[in-house]
Design a binder for this molecule. Structure first.
Ligand SMILES: CSC[C@H]1O[C@H](OP(=O)(O)O)[C@H](O)[C@@H]1O
Length: 360
């Protein structure tokens, strides 16, 4: 995402600096909103740690970071023969695939680079390294364009003066720059629709409180922070005319995995007759899965709940269950906003039809 830091310079959520011997620069999102700091990743291990610790997070951003992580990992075999290069490529891909299990964009990016390498076995390691970097850069640029198109498709669904609720952060920080759910809000605001966003704080890591409010305030879009437990009440009070969230993996039938709590929000929206939309690029779909019950759900450390942000709020040794995602069945999703167009109704047939449509 492009934001002005204290020096007034434009910075990106993450970006590659230099050539194949370069490095990855990213905003450390664990420090926001109180501190804006860019960190440098010069090894694949530092990228793995950044993904695991959510310094970089959000399905598309994780995919882009993983692609650049591969480039970093291959630096250790610069100048080696192609056989050693290919072996290292598999090593770093498997390593990065172990960082977080749910966001399919991570695996989509790794598989894309592997397929590219498989297409040209005749190239030297050095030539292939450059080709993979070129494609990693392309992944980032393609994501930026997809975010923009998602905004255009989704903004049509919002009316002037709408109250819209979102959960977690599906903004520029979760992508190459334009966001998915927040891209819809950015574009609606640009069109003068004067929307008002209600942002769930999103326990336990507070991506909504820390990141979504910060992004919207950066752009002077009206935003009200609410606790997760308030979502139903603001709907009952008719403050909400639509809900738009992101996604981390969408199955062939349209079932969608997203941050824990999204399923509850979808049920609440359904109970109040409020349309619930998912905004996601085509790289977030996993058509190999028939339905959402096959989506792997990441479980994270108990400390994120019992000692959130360093404050102990539960007895030592309490039993904790901390799934980072849940799955919303397609029947509760009014439409899926993609760069290829709106998937509505959300059915296997419509998913397949829209995703196979030429550029929207
Ligand atoms: C545009 S994808 C954003 C998606 O990713 C978030 O998960 P996390 O912060 O754990 O990476 C959340 O599910 C968002 O909706």
């Amino acid at each position: 995402m492009k934001i002005e830091n204290e020096t007034g310079a434009d910075v990106a959520t993450l970006r590659w600096i230099g050539g194949t011997d370069g490095y990855l620069q990213m905003i450390d999102q664990t420090l926001l909103p109180t501190e804006f700091r860019e960190i440098e990743c010069r090894t694949v291990e530092t990228v793995w740690e950044a993904i695991k610790k959510l310094r970089v997070r959000g399905a598309p951003a994780i995919g882009i970071a993983a692609a650049y992580g591969v480039i970093l990992g291959l630096q250790t075999v610069a100048g080696s023969d192609r056989g050693r290069f290919d072996q290292r490529l598999k090593e770093v891909s498997e390593y990065l695939a172990g960082s977080r299990p749910t966001a399919v964009n991570l695996f989509w990016a790794l598989e894309r680079l592997q397929k590219l390498a498989d297409l040209s076995p005749e190239l030297s390691g050095g030539e292939m390294h450059q080709r993979l970097l070129d494609d990693a850069l392309k992944i980032e640029q393609e994501d930026l364009q997809m975010c923009h198109k998602i905004g255009e498709v989704g903004a049509r669904l919002l009316a002037k003066g709408d109250g819209v609720l979102t959960h977690c952060n599906a903004g520029g920080l979760a992508t190459s720059g334009g966001g998915t759910a927040l891209s819809v809000f950015f574009e609606a605001a640009r069109q003068g629709k004067e929307i008002h966003v209600y942002a769930d704080e999103t326990r336990p890591l507070l991506q909504g409180a820390r990141l979504t409010t910060w992004e919207l305030m950066q752009r002077e879009i009206p935003v009200t922070l609410i606790s997760d437990s308030m979502a139903g009440w603001v709907m009952q009070e008719k403050k909400i005319q639509a809900v738009v969230t992101g996604a981390d993996r969408i199955a062939a039938n349209g079932d969608a995995a997203n941050k824990i709590g999204t399923y509850s929000v979808a049920l609440l929206a359904h109970a109040h007759g409020i349309p619930f939309y998912i905004a996601a690029p085509s790289s977030t779909f996993d058509l190999s899965l028939e339905s959402g019950n096959q989506i792997p759900i990441e479980e994270r450390l108990a400390e994120e709940i019992t000692n959130g942000f360093g404050k102990q709020t539960a007895p030592e040794g309490v039993d904790v269950y901390n799934p980072a995602f849940d799955v919303t069945p397609a029947k509760y999703i009014k439409g899926i906003i993609t760069e290829q167009g709106l998937i509505q109704p959300v059915t296997k047939e419509e998913v397949s039809r829209v995703l196979s449509t030429a550029d929207a």
